[in-house]
Design a binder for this molecule. Structure first.
Ligand SMILES: Nc1nc2c(ncn2[C@@H]2O[C@H](COP(=O)(O)OP(=O)(O)OP(=O)(O)O)[C@@H](O)[C@H]2O)c(=O)[nH]1
Ligand SMILES: [Mg+2]
Length: 612
């Protein structure tokens, strides 16, 4: 085997905590490399290209791009920083030899910084630390570097990992510096640092082709596209290949089209060489972790270990009386097919059948991971119903384990009381608490994922949006203790009809309402939250008997409290295990699983009997 250093390539993953500026940094490098050639500017955050990413301002999918610089191809992989999408980071780091560890100079290292650095160290990636956002007046560069040093000391497995270069940057203003005293100019110092410190790939160009499938894409014309780093040999367009899946029985296929990454997209090429990141069409049925190889040497590479999902919920056929009124009615077959399609590109997701033909269990890496899928399906026009997310319990040697997380909270002092009380009831254990002296407290908690479900929306409300919370996944721990729900009962519509102002006004005497006047409701739909901890059935669709001529509507309107409106995530947090959220393109309705009141009572009674 003739291993050779491919010095004309660099494969670099950009990793960091959420919002520390990874995507902005790549944009700055892209803009710079364009200016380099054409003196032309492009829009901001070109890499966050899908609509969901633009709407939320976060990266969800890892993406490849490449920049040509000083005769070297820099393959750059953007990764998401949100903990729910860690699955993406775990597998794409496989394609890289080095990483840019981006750290916000204001926040310093955060939970996900530790997680991605640990991952990078395990993979043996050569890190370059980028202290970003140095343009901000609140930047604390010295203490950030000190904290980064501590993190490396804690995580390094070999001494030479402690010797890492630092580059200072303002991704937003488009400059990078080697020394803080240098004059800000452009991104060249960062690109130079990549070439200097991150080694090119070493690869065997003479051997037979071999590539680990690390990412998948889909193209309407070309079908499935397998992406990965070619670790051995050369592939030319039209070459016969084999796919080695879990069975490791070679499946014959062919490189119909070949692409490599340049600037903003994939570019068709005639051949790819070992060391470069390639995209291949024509390899039907490939999944992540498979190997694509030459038929002359069908040798599989080690499969990528993907961390297991932590949270699950059911997706079911919409059984509400209003089904099919808003979106496409999805039969169980359509729903199943759609979920299966998701698995092709969404690696850390799982889908299983249940006892019911109309309901499937979908598991993911967190509430956000699952709610992004729900949002996407809504956008495609589908209707379906989902249950409350719950933590996934695993059984190891007869003992039950559940996922745990470490959360870091930063909050104005005045809210510490309510937060600690709430977290204590959710089995949170304080690990550390610090007062930064300007009225803010930062607290670190460890708690089961089970206790964290529903906490995010509580947190936002309790701190009136002024708190910041981040989490990191820990090793599973033994299940113990019970978390009691503190939610009040639901107010449930007892009749199908239209809820007019009068009915809503009456309902508001018993609790908070969730709907506007003139909303269509059905029996079993949740229209509000009761003031007590048991459910209440009310006929909200009742009209006032008009005995006199004067219309009472206007004055009733005036006395109405505005309804509480839930986002998708808040809805999922709110519902209890015997409730569902009905999701359609334009509505999210909350409902009891069993719609008829008398049936609910029967089910409740038989459950109680079963338990005793
Ligand atoms: N002042 C300042 N703001 C920056 C800088 N870099 C990024 N930002 C801002 O920080 C926010 C987050 O930037 P992104 O590039 O989306 O962060 P990210 O790391 O890609 O975030 P995720 O992909 O969601 O993990 C945006 O509002 C950026 O405008 C910088 O150098 N200076
Ligand atoms: Mg991003």
């Amino acid at each position: 085997m003739a291993l050779a250093l491919q010095n004309n390539f660099r494969n670099v993953a950009i990793v960091a905590h959420v919002d520390h500026g990874k995507t902005t940094l790549i944009d700055a490098m892209l803009k710079f490399s364009k200016i380099f050639r054409e003196n032309q500017l492009v829009d901001t955050l070109i890499m966050d290209s899908n609509p969901k990413e633009r709407e939320r301002g976060i990266t969800i999918l890892a993406k490849n791009t490449a920049i040509g610089y000083k005769g070297v191809t820099l393959n750059i992989i953007d990764t998401p920083g949100h903990v729910d999408f860690s699955g993406e980071v775990e597998r794409v780091v496989n394609m890289a030899d080095g990483c840019l560890l981006v750290v916000d100079a204001v926040d310093g290292p955060m939970p996900q910084t530790r997680y991605v650095l640990k991952l990078a160290m395990q993979q043996g990636l050569r890190p370059v630390v980028v202290v970003n956002k140095i343009d901000r007046s609140t930047a604390e560069i010295d203490s950030t570097i000190e904290a980064v040093n501590d993190l490396f000391l804690e995580l390094a497995t070999e001494a030479d990992q402690l010797d890492f270069p630092i580059v200072y940057a303002s991704a937003k203003e488009g400059y990078a510096l080697v020394e803080l005293s240098d004059d800000p100019d452009d991104m060249a110092p960062l690109l130079d640092a990549i070439i200097e410190y991150i080694p090119g790939p070493t690869a065997d160009l003479e051997g037979e082709a071999q590539m680990l499938v690390t990412a998948l894409d889909y193209d309407n014309h070309l079908g499935q596209i397998a992406i990965g780093r070619l670790s051995r040999g050369v592939i030319s367009k039209g070459d016969p290949l084999v796919l080695l899946d879990q069975t490791e029985i070679p499946i014959a296929c062919r490189a119909d089209y070949l692409f490599s990454f340049r600037d903003l997209g994939r570019h068709e090429v005639e051949k790819v060489v070992a060391g470069d990141i390639a995209a291949i069409s024509g390899v039907k049925g490939a999944t992540i972790g498979d190997t694509i190889a030459s038929p002359l040497a069908p040798e599989p590479l080690e499969r990528i270990a993907i961390e297991k999902p932590t949270v699950k919920m059911t997706f079911g056929v919409n059984t509400s009386p209003f089904s099919g009124k808003d979106g496409k009615y999805a039969t169980s077959r359509i729903l199943w097919d759609r979920l299966q399609r998701e698995l092709q590109t969404n690696v850390s997701m799982r889908v299983e059948r249940t006892d019911s033909a109309d309901e499937f269990v979908v598991s993911g890496r967190g509430e956000l991971h699952l709610s992004v899928l729900i949002e996407n399906m809504r956008r495609e026009g589908m209707e379906f119903q989902v249950s409350k997310p719950e933590a996934i319990i695993t059984i190891i040697e007869g003992k039950t384990y559940e996922p745990y997380e470490r959360i870091v909270i930063d909050t104005p002092q005045e809210f510490v009381g309510v937060l600690t009380e709430e977290l204590a009831s959710r089995m949170g254990q304080v690990e550390d608490m610090q007062n930064d002296g300007d009225g803010h407290i930062s607290i670190i908690y460890v708690l089961p994922t089970r206790g964290l479900i529903g906490f995010r929306s509580f947190f936002l409300k309790a701190t009136r949006g002024s708190g910041i919370m981040n989490s990191e996944l820990l090793e599973p721990q033994r299940v113990h203790g019970e978390i009691r729900s503190t939610r009040f009962g639901a107010i449930v519509a007892s009749e199908t009809g239209i809820a007019f102002a009068y009915g809503i006004r009456n309902t508001q005497e018993r609790g908070q309402t969730f709907i506007d006047p003139n909303t269509h409701v059905y029996e079993g739909m949740i229209v509000g939250m009761h003031n007590r901890d048991r459910d209440l059935e009310l006929n909200i669709a009742k009209e006032r008997k008009m005995t006199n001529v004067r219309s009472p509507t206007a004055e009733v309107y005036e006395r109405l409290e505005p309804p509480v409106k839930f986002s998708l995530e808040e809805s999922l947090d709110f519902i209890a295990t015997d409730e569902l959220a009905e999701v359609t393109p334009n509505h999210i309705r909350l409902r009891k699983r069993v719609l008829k009141a008398d049936e609910r009572r029967r089910v409740g009674r038989s459950k109680a009997r079963g338990a005793s």
